[in-house]
Design a protein around this ligand. Structure first.
Ligand code: SAH
Length: 625
């Protein structure tokens, strides 16, 4: 077996671990004597046969390999740098193939990288160059015309020229003819990573003279490009606000209470848009004490090549995780990239498009349920753009039930009925509203109240009603009789105000918690949609079952220290066992009370289901028109 091994650029400790292991096992080594550091040969076994290919033609090299193979020896062919770059390994591999001799290739550190480390440069700088062209000047080996330095220079990319240090005049001529300006910085690295390494900093204009003065005419790389200069833009990869596949962007824990928008994804589609985005991000931060903003920039001209996924893929990753997605760019880009992910207004995020000059701000998707209309108006206010809102109820300035539900954090139980109610309102119907929580603000003229005694029901001309309650309809006496009749379409809006306090033993699995909560809700006649948070003691902060339950139900998980729980005022259950373990006589009731706030009401005191203690407390809430 023959092993082609990259020896690295020069320094003897820049060979790979694998390469070194091969070297140590070799019975035969054929090394490229002109450039491989002979110090590496110290690693060879004592009886290893060593050949210097500098004195050998291809057929001689192959003959040595063939003979070694016949004797079933381990052969290493040691190349400088990485064998794939001007290594002339293809011709050797082809000859071995012809002879049926197996081989394998072990990579090495190319002098391309040895030189970068010597220069301490980054070849790919955002805003300067995002490509590295590896090439050579034409010498005895011809270079295809379309790859002449002159042609490649047109890209103005970073250029690294091998095998060209004896052709400096020609290199200058070609680079200038290709469009580089004469002052473009050039670095010449002679014997990178060797003890005799030498670095020359110059410009295209002075290249041949400076090289001659320094006496550099072989074993050097010529690096050309503005990456050697001072100007560049900071990488988006490590920008605190940039999200990559590996690192979540800065998430600010300040939630906008009036928006209910927690996670916003901002997408800029050009440099200009990027500027607008930065400003917007800044303003949103100031304006809404509270928004979590994740910036995701897809902008090739800014050098976002670190993330190779398409915009569509990136949007796919975020679409179901965020509350709002703001595109700064054309609506076409936005529409195409969200298209595959759109499901239903109950789950789709708000999608906004702001054009690159911030002249128009379009509410594109989830205008009501997702809050896109409000958000578009708010952004318009900040940026001076014209808000573009196209939902029908907004055009007529009429009550929109889905918008009301979102603003008041209520779950919509039936989207078909919601649609029918909106359609009815647009046709001039008045809709009856029954509510178990106080409603404040001015009652829109499209609505009228229905009292608990069903007063007002007879005035109801439309067949649709709105019922605001935690409870299923069969628990509300007034609706019980109507439930069966097909005449009435009742839309229940469920206020998310109920906190479930949970106490459980260590290691309680998610299913047990799930069952306990479900059973408690069933017994109490409370819809699961009414839950807004799970509360427990600090001790349970990492309790897997509880965390999984919260993840599964998408509920916030709030924990309190024993001290905080002891400090809650009120009458609570008490268990010596719980107190011994946690330092608090009752975790579920106290944590629920703390999370639900001062004027909360207990819907269910501590109950134990299969070892899981549950308490339900409702925040004092109201609906605001
Ligand atoms: N496979 C090697 C390149 C072989 S071609 C690699 O990956 O590096 C030989 C050319 O490589 C030389 O003419 C020179 O241009 C460059 N080179 C090799 N080692 C070098 C070093 N240590 N410093 C600078 N240039 C080097």
């Amino acid at each position: 077996m023959v092993y082609f091994v990259g020896a690295g650029p020069g320094a003897e400790d820049l060979i790979t671990v694998r390469g070194l292991n091969y070297l140590r096992q070799a019975d035969v080594i054929i090394y490229a004597g002109s450039l491989v550091n002979p110090a590496l040969l110290k690693e060879a076994k004592q009886d290893c046969e060593i050949y210097n290919s500098a004195y050998m033609a291809l057929d001689e090299v192959i003959a040595v390999m063939e003979e070694a193979e016949r004797r079933e020896l381990f052969t290493v062919r040691l190349h400088t740098g990485d064998p794939s770059i001007y290594g002339a390994i293809r011709e050797q591999m082809d000859e071995l193939d012809k002879r049926g001799i197996a081989f394998s290739v072990c990579p090495g550190v190319s002098s391309l990288f040895g030189a970068a480390s010597a220069l301490q440069v980054e070849y790919t700088l955002p805003g300067v160059s995002q490509s590295v062209i590896i090439s050579r000047a034409e010498g005895r080996t011809p270079v295809p015309e379309q790859e002449s330095i002159r042609k490649l220079a047109a890209h103005q990319s970073t250029m690294v020229l091998f095998l060209s240090s004896g052709l400096a005049e020609k290199v200058r001529e070609e680079l200038l003819a290709g469009g580089y300006c004469a002052e473009t910085p050039v670095a010449v690295v002679y014997k990178a990573t060797w003890p005799e390494e030498k670095i020359l900093h110059t410009t295209i204009e002075k290249l041949p003279e400076d090289m001659a003065r320094e006496g550099i005419n072989k074993t050097a790389l010529i690096v050309v490009g503005n990456v050697l200069g001072k100007e560049y833009q900071k990488s988006k990869l490590y920008d605190a606000a940039f999200t990559t596949g590996f690192r979540k962007g800065t998430v600010r824990e300040d939630i906008a209470p009036d928006f209910g928008i927690n996670t916003t994804v901002l997408i800029a589609c050009s440099i200009q848009a990027y500027e607008v985005m930065k400003e917007l991000e800044h303003n949103l931060k100031i304006g809404q004490q509270g928004s979590k903003i994740i910036c995701l920039v897809k902008c090739s001209s800014l050098g976002e090549v670190s993330d190779r996924r398409s915009l569509k893929e990136m949007v796919g990753e975020w679409f179901y995780q965020c509350d709002a997605m703001i595109f700064i760019g054309s609506s076409g880009i936005a529409v195409r990239s969200i298209a595959p992910y759109i499901r239903h207004k109950s789950t789709d995020p708000a999608v906004i498009v702001l054009d690159g000059k911030a002249e128009h701000c379009i509410s594109l998707l989830s205008g009501h349920a997702g809050g896109a209309n409000d958000l578009a108006r708010k952004i318009a206010q900040y940026t001076g753009a014209v808000p573009v809102v196209t939902t029908a109820t907004d055009l007529d300035g009429k009550f929109a039930v889905d918008d009301f539900a979102r603003k008041n954090q209520m779950a919509v139980m039936d989207w078909d009925i919601a649609k029918r109610i909106s359609a009815g309102i647009l046709e001039g119907e008045r809709i009856g509203v029954y509510s178990e929580i106080p409603l404040t603000g001015e009652l829109p003229s499209e609505l009228f109240f229905i009292g608990k005694d069903s007063s007002g029901l007879k005035n109801c001309l439309s067949s649709s009603l709105i019922c605001i309650s935690y409870r299923p309809l069969e628990y509300i006496p007034m609706f019980k009789e109507y439930r069966e009749s097909s005449e009435w379409q009742i839309l229940t809006l469920v206020p998310k105000l109920v906190v479930v306090g949970i106490g459980c033993r260590k290691g309680t699995p998610e299913e047990k918690i799930n069952d306990a909560v479900a059973q408690c809700l069933r017994e109490q006649g409370i819809r699961k949609e009414a839950l807004c948070a799970v509360a427990s003691i600090e001790l349970k902060r990492e309790e897997k079952g509880l965390l999984d339950f919260c993840r599964g139900t998408k509920l916030k998980f709030l924990t309190y220290t024993a001290q905080e729980l002891l400090g809650v005022e009120g009458e609570f259950s008490s268990s010596p066992f719980v107190e011994e373990v946690t330092g608090v006589p009752c975790v579920c009731e106290r944590s629920a009370a703390l999370a639900a706030g001062k004027e909360c009401e207990f819907l269910c005191r501590k109950k134990i289901y299969n070892g899981v203690a549950i308490a339900l407390a409702a925040k004092k809430g109201k609906g605001i028109f």
